[in-house]
Design a protein around this ligand. Structure first.
Ligand code: AMP
Length: 598
């Protein structure tokens, strides 16, 4: 496919607010260029590879402007003048480079050329990168140049999330969304939409079954759902495996012989930051090949007490690692095993995975790796006691796991359920919210230039962020100022396309940062779009307060709309004393309507 045809699709997608139409357009795009399916997902998201391995072009704005000036044969000062006028280098390129009459580059050529620019390093590379970009720009013109520049600048922002690409691929393969779960599962196992799209278009759905976890390529971490009490957990899940919930950094460790990789929950490779964990994976894991899931928590070396998340997070540095290793040692608690010596375990039941994990990890006193302890129970009281004991030890609570469930890569469901503090009368729970915008503030806060944040939850079904609250407290003046600086760097002139909002903040920002917010209660609200359906009001948080910064989470890992709706239902049930939904049969624990009707 010609890059010009892709640019035309970008233009349509950018102008389209209906997600269904965007999805259909993407499906058409994949169908019309099956040979490019492996790279289209990257380019649609303005990347040159999957998130964990997308290379950086290494070109700053100055050099991009220089390449444009030489391609358009105008002085650099002219580019600067137009840029000041239009505020967008893509538009400047469009106005200077006329649409070319001859054949332009293909999508593959553009991709290969950009990868080549990224791979050009060493002496003289800066000049060479500019030359390579100038040649490429010289073969484009009009809006093709506009989108090329936006990709190069890392500012494409079409608002096409992973979930939308997965929907489009299901439409390509089945004509509807019925293939979505199978495609999403394959995506979860390789975290690479390019691989999934390529396999699907070349070999059909059955080719996806050949995608397995591979050392060096992260798996999307399974996420935990939420239920309010131990009895609700047992009622919904039956017997569970309960483990401590550590509040640290989620790490996935990969081992292939002597090679070890560590990935965060956002799929960033952080192998260099945790030498003691790398050493322990080599020394304590008795397997040639393994993919392990767990949480690394910092502890106070003298007392052994666990450190809070924000302190553990300081270990994720690039510099002075040895110094930090001594003052903030970590212990990596393993709780899952996804691959063992070539065998994909993700479909095996939790109980079997946990058992195999025990069998390959050599426990050693005060070593950097340990297996998370666990108990199995079907007794709500016993589970409650376990949670209370974990809280007493300074942990965050417990995670209850269904013993028969597979590893649900990238999914937040009820296969794992987190149980934090007992809520009592008020909700007082934490939510991971995405910042969507902010107001400049009044009175004292006007001096800081930031008053309240407009925050939202994620709706994975529609791949949208929907507002749930304005949050204006919880940070110090200094923190507000720093946050404002960060937000300003990702401010957008209008509401970003994946955001649903009735509220108009003073400043819109790219959905990029996740904050932990404590709230007292969930209420129905006509102002917020979270859970707003068929003219019914949405849901909002009352008495919200920022309680932490969660840079370890991607926006799509934020609290979901469904979680808020479910918590609201349970909150109401508590206040009326009826925690069971209509049709609940205490004898069987079933809520099937046929039982209720009998
Ligand atoms: P949350 O981040 O509140 O959605 O809770 C889920 C997170 O708890 C996971 O992503 C892990 O990082 C963390 N976690 C801590 N201990 C465990 C455990 N034993 N099993 C699973 N996840 C755990």
């Amino acid at each position: 496919m010609e890059f010009a045809a892709l640019a035309a699709a970008f233009r349509e997608i950018e102008a389209q607010s209906s997600r269904i139409r965007v999805t259909t357009r993407l499906a058409e795009l994949f169908r019309s260029a099956p040979g490019d399916a492996g790279i289209l997902p990257y380019l649609l998201q303005g990347q040159l590879g999957p998130p964990y391995a997308a290379p950086d072009l290494g070109l700053d704005e100055q050099r991009i402007a220089l390449a444009l000036a030489t391609a358009a044969r105008v002085p650099i000062a002219e580019i600067e003048r137009l840029y000041d006028q239009q505020g967008d280098l893509g538009l400047v390129a469009e106005s200077l480079l006329a649409p070319s009459s001859g054949p332009g580059p293909t999508v593959r050529e553009v991709y290969d050329r950009l990868r080549l620019i990224a791979a050009t390093v060493g002496i003289g590379s800066a000049v060479e990168k500019v030359r390579l970009l100038r040649d490429l720009l010289g073969r484009t013109g009009g809006d093709t140049a506009r989108y090329l520049i936006r990709i190069v600048e890392g500012r494409l922002r079409l608002g096409v999330g992973d979930a939308t690409v997965l929907d489009a691929l299901s439409i390509v393969s089945a004509g509807n969304l019925s293939a979505r779960p199978r495609i999403a599962r394959a995506y979860g196992l390789c975290a690479d939409l390019g691989v999934v799209a390529d396999r699907l278009l070349s070999g059909g759905l059955s080719a996806l079954d050949e995608i397995h976890p591979t050392p060096g390529r992260p798996v999307l971490p399974a996420l935990a759902g939420r239920l309010p009490s131990a009895s609700e957990v047992i009622r919904r899940l039956g017997p569970v495996i309960a483990e401590p919930k550590y509040d640290g950094l989620r790490l996935q460790a990969h081992k292939d012989g002597d090679r070890v990789w560590l990935f965060t929950r956002r799929l960033e490779e952080v192998t260099g930051a945790f030498p003691e964990i790398v050493g322990a994976v080599r020394g304590q894991v008795a397997a040639h090949q393994a993919i392990l899931d767990g949480e690394a928590v910092g502890y106070e070396p003298r007392t052994g007490a666990f450190l809070p998340f924000q302190q553990t997070a300081r270990r994720r540095r690039k510099y002075r690692i040895a110094e930090l290793e001594a003052s903030f040692p970590l212990r990596y608690y393993l709780f899952d095993l996804l691959l063992l010596d070539g065998q994909d375990l993700t479909s095996a039941p939790q109980r079997q995975r946990s058992g195999l994990l025990d069998s390959i990890v050599r426990s050693e006193p005060s070593a950097a790796i340990d297996v998370a302890p666990r108990v199995e129970t079907d007794n709500p009281r016993e589970l409650e006691v376990f949670v209370a004991e974990m809280l007493r030890r300074g942990l965050e609570g417990a995670v209850a796991k269904r013993p028969d469930a597979p590893y649900e890569a990238g999914t937040r469901g009820l296969h794992w359920v987190k149980l934090k503090r007992e809520h009592g009368e008020s909700l007082l729970d934490t939510f991971d919210l995405v910042v969507l915008g902010y107001d400049r503030g009044r009175g004292r806060r006007a001096r800081l230039g930031i008053g309240s944040l407009l925050c939202g939850v994620y709706d994975p079904e529609r791949d949208r962020f929907r507002t749930v609250s304005r949050v204006g407290s919880g940070l110090t003046d200094d923190e507000w100022l720093r946050l404002r600086e960060m937000l300003d760097a990702s401010a957008t002139p209008a509401r970003p396309s994946p955001v649903d909002s009735l509220v108009e903040p003073d400043v819109w920002v790219e959905p990029r940062y996740v904050l932990e917010v404590v709230a007292g209660e969930i209420i129905r609200s006509p102002r917020h779009t979270c859970g707003m359906e068929n003219g019914q009001p949405g849901y909002a948080l009352r008495f919200p307060r920022v309680s932490g910064f969660r840079f370890d989470r991607r926006p799509v890992d934020a609290t979901t709309q469904a979680e808020v709706v479910e918590l609201y239902r349970l909150q109401r049930a508590r206040s009326t004393g009826d925690i069971f939904p209509t049709g609940y049969d205490a004898a069987t624990g079933s809520t099937r309507p046929d039982r209720a009707e009998r």
